[in-house]
Design a protein around this ligand. Structure first.
Ligand code: 9GP
Length: 809
């Protein structure tokens, strides 16, 4: 899209005036942002409409990605960039005396997810549009996103995140496409006068699902796909039944908050309501859309692919069956074939507590018709499996077990494809977590290693690096990431290495300024910026990182001239509100930070920064400035990770266990260009199987480790209540579930190697360059192409010169 600066200024002024009826000079930052957002939306609305019309006119197969989480990040810059308008807009605003960066800060960062899962969904939306694949997102328009995290005296405090407080310029409420979703009541089947069985309902709670559509803009290809987020409302013709505000609560609460507190029954019930609400509205609207194609119902799988992102949307399966049986009057066999061929499922975790199980009683009461269908799916599954595979396997894989509905089992049984998100993770699914299913349906299992969009995570967040790559390898890598490998040819080019080092230092200076502004901590941009950014969870082992910092601190105190290269440890992490242990780790890190940062003996040798409220926008600031990427989960526990890919693409060197996608990082960049430590996944399994791990023994035999652990409880860290004891106890007295003590020594040694290498700037930068140049295989464009080819059988509708042949094929 091309537009002159003059034209932009004229149109933008007119846009502002039409919205606020005064001149832009009088506008607040927020008003100016709104006007700019709507200006950009106007520019893309033609393509949005045409993309939709073309899909229908050509009866193309469409993908519907169902996810309870999306983390799109701010959209102004990325939309303007993908449209090709960003430079003109920035220039135009400058001429008007306005700053793009300042206006952009007024945009809310929608926190409609927790972390990797939601961000992956948004990277996929970007890649689907950029590859011209007809793909839609389907999720919930939570009124309150994930809580806003504050630290009070080092403790995490959760505040409501009212991201919709201000106008959301990107969304379009689409009243024409509402659906009705029914909960509870009584359900029975009755023969009608034509002899068909009809499903009858009484006393149901009827909820109106209202879609809000958001454009998903492809990179310079005129494609604009759709993200549809549903909001719950009272049906208009039932409004008079609700006499008090209180009475409306059960409806309004459905889309009020992301992840209601599921530590109690009410919270879990609400969560199940949310899942069914999103699923039912989504499937209804897809089948309504399909009718426009005027094709027989048996062709649905040729035109529709529904993807189940983690178990949360697994109710897609019985919901689709419900509609095909009850509303379209197909036979069970016909309905099942269509459903099975349409649905596919990705598993994103091996944590058993995250593989959902709903009490049968809860499901029966909330979703009586859906439960009847699940019962029948289960009955038929048992009937066919039992005679072939026998009792043990059948009961282990059944959907209904011990009073619960096992959602992962439902998802696997009802999907034609089941995938993990990194090679190791998929192997673990096949050999451990879903091994019984692998025996039943080996052909369904496949791997799709995650990816990230370089557009947001490199082009936009690291313009300095992008410019350098453009200069060295040309601009083709922006459409064909594989071209990035050409950058490897510069590993010995002095001038390129010097420029790369300068860019990193500038990025670090910018982050250092920001740290000083928001945290009041002065850090030296020449120190190593060592970054761990991800949700807080014991398996991700932020406490291992913390123990190493504490160890360094004690070493410095004992010997102030110890040979440590100055280091800034940077954290960003939110703990689930009911996850006490994770919150205790946050408190200890914060207290340790206060101690370290204010100790004159330490000086610049060690600084610790824990950012509040980590999210997409903050990640965009931190990642380009990172030297070290901490990926230190216990091997076998992290399904994939995606911050590892973003950090690598920005030239950070990975310090990692061989877990998740770290293994593929090693395969692409080479072991010598990263720092690997700790147990392998195989060793973890063996150690667990042997059952003879003795954490106390390690504690007692390793002096340095003992001194470090003792410092958690002996008053070294001021300001702690019992948090230090809690961590000490879990590691020493409760035998260290995630083998932190076992990996500690090799972790410390890996850090020593980091120090050594950093002293050789040229060699460090050469490795950094190799990491950047080897990061192309992690482009989400490749990942999405594989999903489209292998699972969804969806074609690129508009190619626009893109090559998406992955490097490793
Ligand atoms: O924990 C995984 C993370 O490893 C992965 O990168 C991400 C995207 O696939 O999904 C996370 N899983 C969840 O958030 C919940 O299953």
């Amino acid at each position: 899209m091309s537009i002159t600066t003059k034209q932009f200024i004229k149109d933008f002024k007119a846009q502002f005036q039409s919205m606020y009826a005064y001149s832009y000079e009088e506008g607040s930052t927020e008003q100016l942002y709104n006007a700019l957002g709507l200006y950009v939306k106007n520019q893309l609305s033609g393509n949005w409409k045409e993309t939709r019309e073309k899909y229908v006119k050509n009866s193309v197969k469409q993908v519907f990605y169902f996810s309870m989480e999306f983390l799109p990040g701010r959209q102004l810059e990325s939309n303007a960039y993908n449209l090709g308008l960003l430079d003109t807009i920035k220039k135009g605003l400058k001429e008007m005396g306005l700053s793009f960066d300042e206006l952009e800060e007024a945009e809310a960062d929608p926190a409609l997810g927790n972390g990797g899962l939601g961000r992956l969904a948004s990277c996929f939306m970007d890649s689907l549009a950029s590859l011209g694949i007809p793909g839609n997102g389907n999720g919930i328009r939570y009124q309150y996103g994930l809580f806003r995290q504050k630290f009070v005296d080092g403790y995490q405090v959760e505040l409501p995140e009212n991201w919709l407080r201000h106008r959301n310029v990107w969304e379009t409420r689409n009243d024409k496409s509402t659906c009705m979703v029914r909960f509870g009541g009584n359900v029975w089947l009755e023969k009608n006068h034509l002899g068909f069985m009809e499903t009858k309902y009484e006393n149901t709670l009827n909820v109106l699902a209202v879609p809000y559509d958001t454009p998903m803009v492809g990179y310079r290809n005129d494609v604009v796909n759709n993200l549809r987020l549903w909001s719950a409302e009272i049906p208009v013709d039932e409004e008079e039944n609700y006499h008090t505000l209180e009475a409306t609560e059960p409806i309004k609460e459905i889309t009020q908050v992301l992840y209601p507190d599921d530590s109690n029954y009410e919270g879990r019930l609400l969560r199940l309501k949310q899942e069914y609400f999103m699923v039912s509205a989504g499937v209804q609207s897809i089948l309504r859309h399909y009718r426009k194609y005027n094709l027989p119902r048996k062709n649905i799988p040729d035109k529709v692919a529904i993807h189940i992102n983690d178990t949360h949307p697994a109710l897609v399966i019985p919901e689709m069956m419900r509609i095909l049986l009850d509303e379209e009057h197909l036979s069970w066999e016909q309905a099942w074939e269509i459903t099975f061929k349409t649905c596919s499922y990705t598993n994103h975790t091996i944590l058993r507590e995250a593989l959902e199980k709903w009490p049968i009683d809860m499901m029966k009461e909330l979703l009586p018709r859906i439960y009847m269908i699940i019962e029948e799916i289960n009955r038929r599954f048992v009937e066919t499996t039992l005679p072939i595979y026998g009792e043990r396997l059948t009961w282990q894989t059944a959907i209904l077990q011990n009073g619960v509905v096992n959602m992962a089992h439902l998802a696997v049984i009802g999907s034609h494809s089941v995938n993990g998100v990194a090679k190791l993770h998929t192997e673990i699914l096949m050999n451990d977590v879903l091994k019984d299913f692998f025996q039943l349906y080996p052909e369904r299992f496949n791997n799709k290693t995650n990816g990230i969009t370089q557009r947001r995570w490199v082009h936009l967040s690291n313009p300095g690096l992008t410019k350098l790559i453009d200069k060295k390898v040309g601009e083709d890598w922006k459409k064909k990431p594989s071209e990035l490998k050409v950058f490897k040819g510069f590993e010995k080019d002095k001038q390129t290495l010097q420029k790369l080092a300068e860019i990193k230092l500038e990025n670090k200076q910018r982050l250092a300024d920001y740290i000083e502004e928001v945290q009041g901590i002065k850090v030296d941009p020449k120190a190593i910026f060592d970054v761990q950014i991800k949700r807080l969870h014991a398996y991700k082992r932020q406490h291992l990182n913390m123990l190493h910092i504490l160890y360094r601190y004690l070493e410095i105190k004992e010997n102030p001239s110890v040979d440590f290269v100055p280091r800034v440890f940077i954290f960003g992490a939110k703990a689930a509100p009911s996850y006490i242990y994770a919150k205790q780790i946050i408190k200890v890190i914060n207290s340790l930070a206060r101690l370290v940062n204010n100790d004159p003996d330490v000086g610049d040798k060690l600084k610790v920064v824990f950012f509040e409220n980590y999210g997409v926008s903050l990640a965009e600031k931190i990642i380009p400035a990172a030297d070290i990427s901490e990926q230190i989960s216990l091997a076998s526990m992290e399904a994939s990770g995606t911050s590892n890919m973003k950090l690598m693409a920005n030239g950070a060197l990975t310090l990692a266990t061989l877990d998740g996608a770290n293994i593929e990082i090693k395969d692409f960049v080479g072991e010598e260009n990263m720092f690997i430590f700790g147990l392998s996944s195989k060793e973890v399994y063996e150690l667990k199987a042997a059952g003879n791990y003795n954490a106390r023994e390690i504690y007692e035999s390793d002096d340095k480790l003992r001194r470090t652990l003792d410092a958690l409880t002996n008053g070294t860290i001021p300001g702690l209540q019992d948090e230090g004891y809690a961590i000490f106890d879990s590691l020493v007295n409760y035998n260290d579930e995630y083998f932190v003590l076992k990996d500690f020594d090799s972790y410390v040694k890996a850090h020593k190697k980091v120090d050594e290498l950093y002293k050789n700037e040229k060699e460090w930068t050469r490795k950094s360059l190799l990491n950047i140049a080897s990061s192309a295989p992690f482009s989400a464009d490749y990942t999405i192409k594989r999903y489209a080819d292998d699972i969804w059988k969806a074609k690129q509708f508009s190619k626009q010169g893109r090559s998406v042949k992955p490097l490793d094929e």
